[in-house]
Design a protein around this ligand. Structure first.
Ligand SMILES: CC(C)(COP(=O)(O)OP(=O)(O)OC[C@H]1O[C@@H](n2cnc3c(N)ncnc32)[C@H](O)[C@@H]1OP(=O)(O)O)[C@@H](O)C(=O)NCCC(=O)NCCS
Length: 169
């Protein structure tokens, strides 16, 4: 655990690795802590039925429990972040950042020069995270979500700009 006085919270060092098939229930549990949780069938398809999708998990070093995950659709032209969630009690401790860095490294290792994502227009916490890593808003997609909320399309060139205090991850 690293104390960093420039941030509002303690940064927790987690174990980052690829999610396994056995982790699916844990992925669902993490996703359920998001106000924007996906149906389990959607996540199952994204995780196990699509060839180019990969899942990166953040595991607690204490008990190896999954406390965050990121889903990435990899393509050379533009890798797309399908979702990124950290359990509510572990937010604001640098875990989302660590997953995002790992996703970008996987994308880069696969030859991607760019990453993009869609985020709800009112989801300012997530947008702040992405902006911190150099993502910019490209386009607003009106009425994108089933409840009528608009989406913001954001993108960043790879490698991402890593903030100084996160360079060691
Ligand atoms: C978005 C999310 C993944 C961020 O995870 P996290 O582990 O809390 O992120 P980090 O601790 O790495 O935060 C990094 C930076 O993002 C910004 N940020 C994160 N949460 C924030 C919040 N609630 N308010 C304002 N800024 C926030 C800050 O700039 C923060 O740096 P700081 O703590 O030094 O100020 C998490 O809030 C979450 O799971 N939300 C629900 C699901 C979701 O909205 N996913 C996005 C889908 S596109």
């Amino acid at each position: 655990m690293i104390l960093d006085y420039e941030r509002r919270n303690i940064i927790i060092t987690v174990d980052i690795g690829f999610c396994k098939k056995d982790d699916f229930v844990q992925v669902l549990n993490v996703d359920a802590t998001s106000p924007y949780a996906w149906p389990s069938s959607f996540l199952y398809n994204e995780l196990f039925k699509k060839e180019n999708t990969t899942c990166i998990g953040a595991y607690s070093p204490l008990d190896n429990k999954l406390i965050g995950y990121g889903l990435l659709d990899i393509s050379v032209k533009n890798s797309f972040i399908i979702n990124l969630v950290v359990t509510r009690e572990h937010r604001r401790k640098g875990i989302g950042s660590q997953i995002l860095i790992a996703l970008s490294e996987v994308a880069q290792a696969c030859g991607s020069g760019k990453m993009s994502l869609r985020v709800r227009l009112n989801n300012t916490p997530a947008q702040s995270l992405y902006v911190m890593f150099g993502f910019v808003g490209d386009e607003i997609i009106p009425d994108y979500y089933h409840d009528g909320e608009s989406a913001l399309l954001m993108s960043a060139l790879l490698p991402l700009i890593i903030p100084e205090d996160l360079h060691s991850y």
